[in-house]
Design a protein around this ligand. Structure first.
Ligand SMILES: C=Cc1c(C(=O)O)[nH]c(=O)[nH]c1=O
Length: 312
């Protein structure tokens, strides 16, 4: 079975990679991804300046439901660290490099994008419109006008194919409005759906206390509990944006959920919570699981079933 795929004009040897934020803030973590069975890798969302992020505990697994809650607060080494990494990356490596940028303002995103464009590197830029955990900063992904004006600034500067990281939407009208905006930008080559489901609250029954420290315990939800919201967002934009690819993320713990993401329309699949809990050896497991599923169902490539979810 062939698990290869193409995003933004680049070939990925297999469709799996990390969700931005997991196993990708520091070079040694990115090296682990390079040495794993992932098909690609993406860096932790960068801000213009380095950030420590929110106070801990700020990530907690919810093992009973194979999920997690986080309010990391955008800890990262600052965009120049990731620009330096992208400059010395070996692009003869079969794994393409994706770089995530999450500026605290459009001006910051513009400065970071200009830095990468000036360097003229083969890496793919992904603009994160959906960080739910920066206190006092409403996420761009839920402000349609702000998202469109940010794209009007950034898309012409980037020129090359790029992607955006989207929050989950929960209303058909929002899928319609957002897709209409995205379809205005030809070099917006792909959409990554979904970021964590924002501002959930996990409470410990025994101690009667919130599990994470930032924001009174409010944080982004990930893992199996967000799978069906993720599948809906992948399929909603797959149907509405025929000229764009969709990267599916949310709830992938095994080959089975990855299969469902491709059935919903995903061209690549990212893994966050399960990668955080299991480590990069996860990629060997889910690859094998998906290959076995495809053989059992008689599919030879992802194209044989991508987007072919049936309705009643
Ligand atoms: C980039 C910040 C993000 C963070 C974070 O650093 O808190 N957590 C998420 O679940 N999604 C994000 O996009």
């Amino acid at each position: 079975a062939n698990l290869s795929t193409n995003i933004a004009g680049l070939h990925l040897p297999n469709l799996f990679f990390n969700a931005s934020g997991v196993c990708c803030q520091h070079e040694h973590e990115l090296k682990q991804l390079l040495e794993s069975d992932s098909g690609s890798l993406i860096t932790k969302s960068a801000t213009y300046e380095m950030r420590e992020g929110n106070p801990s505990p700020r990530y907690v697994p919810l093992p009973a439901i194979q999920s997690s809650i986080n309010s990391m607060g955008l800890p990262n080494e600052g965009y120049e660290y990731y620009l330096a990494y992208a400059k010395k990356y070996d692009y003869s490596n079969p794994k393409p490099l994706f770089v995530s940028l999450s500026g605290l303002s459009v001006a910051d995103n513009k400065k970071m994008v200009e830095g990468f464009v000036a360097a003229n590197l083969p890496c793919v830029l992904e603009i994160n419109f959906s960080c739910p955990n920066v206190p006092g900063k409403p996420q761009l992904g839920y402000d349609m006008e702000a998202m469109e004006s940010a794209l009007n600034v950034l898309a012409p500067i980037i020129k090359k194919p790029f992607g955006i990281k989207l929050p989950p939407y929960f209303d058909i009208a929002h899928f319609d409005t957002a897709a209409a905006i995205f379809n205005k930008f030809d070099n917006l080559a792909y959409l990554t759906c979904i970021n964590s489901v924002g501002n959930g609250l996990a409470i410990d029954f025994e101690t009667e206390t919130a599990l994470i420290k930032p924001k009174d315990g409010f944080g982004g939800l990930g893992g199996l509990m967000v799978l069906n919201t993720a599948l809906a967002n992948v399929n909603a934009f797959y149907r509405r944006c025929p000229n764009k690819k969709i990267i599916g993320v949310g709830g992938v713990t095994s080959g089975k959920e990855a299969f469902l993401h491709v059935l919903a329309g995903a061209s690549a699949v990212q893994i966050g919570t399960q990668l955080k809990e299991e480590g990069p050896k996860l990629f060997s497991r889910v690859k094998k699981e998906l290959e076995d599923i495809m053989v059992a169902k008689g599919y030879k490539s992802l194209e044989d079933f991508r987007g072919k979810v049936k309705t009643l």
